[in-house]
Design a protein around this ligand. Sequence first.
Ligand code: CUA
Length: 359
Amino acid sequence: MPNRSPAKALLRPTATLLLGSVVLAACGQKTPQTTLNPASESTRAIYNLSELLFWLGVVVFLIVQTWLIVSIIKYRQKDSSQIPTQIHGNTKVEIAWTIVPAIIAIVIFVFTFDTIRKIEFMPDEAAGNTLNVKVIGHQWWWEFQYPDIKDASGKPLVTANELWIPSGSYIDVKMTSVDVIHDFWIPGLAGKRDVMPNRESGLWFKADDVADGSPAVFWGQCAEYCGGQHAYMKMRVVVASPADFQKWSSEQSQVAVNTTLPESFTKNCIGCHVVRGTNAAGITGPDLTHFGGRMTIAAGTTDNTREHLYAWLDDPDAVKRGNIMTTAIKADTLTEAEITELVDYLESLNPGTSVKGQQ
Ligand code: CUA
């Protein structure tokens, strides 16, 4: 080893750290799934805990690194022909490095326990101000049911991949899966929770208030590896003011705004999809009743535009590999005219209240 000065020895790690910080900061430009912008009581509690842990870590890091640098400079063996003095054991130091971390661990435990208590149990004030939502995980999309909001036939309102909720209400989420284990996660609004077949899990959250006419959109994501398209099992959560939510939910509990199914839909789609008010009553695919007003297609994979929908129907596998659509509609099965007819029909299914185009 060349005999480098301590300052030179520190140059490379310091430069790496600085450069790394710059690169990481650049990554923060568009991060819709960040946990650093909490917008609910639960995520604020989690954020406050992580901030405490971060600053505790910074303090420990600074003390240890300062100590290390001082030791390297001050106690360096100046005469390299000599072996440094060998020492073994130091009772005072050993007691200190046992007690100090134990105190830190106890502090972390107390604050973590308090945070878990806060986010786990719905407060008493939630009574009378709760909206129940049922989440059903599918490979690879999300089904949302509103047991409290019924359509004309008495069935609960159903949507796919886009969950609207009223701000200021306690959202009581119960979840299950029809196939494998998924994980429900909206980083801005709630912590993660596993979504399991044959079992019901749950969590709650209360989104911060938003103004009338200014719904806030949050990105969500399956957070448990569930097969090839796990990364494309996304969702959007729209937090609307109570009045806007009321408008949206009353529209959504109606039948489709266009109940004249085109022939291509009857031929290819009704086996899997529901369009309320028509004879399309399949059960394996997302409910398409109000598809035209949704922000995205293919579970958040891409924006809901005519071009994207055309591409999706033309070759589903090219947009999202391995989905059931791929086997149901093989590439090139539909003619251009049929695809255009389907795009026209699906995009017409927009009841009005929508955040389409907002990201
Ligand atoms: Cu569902 Cu990962």
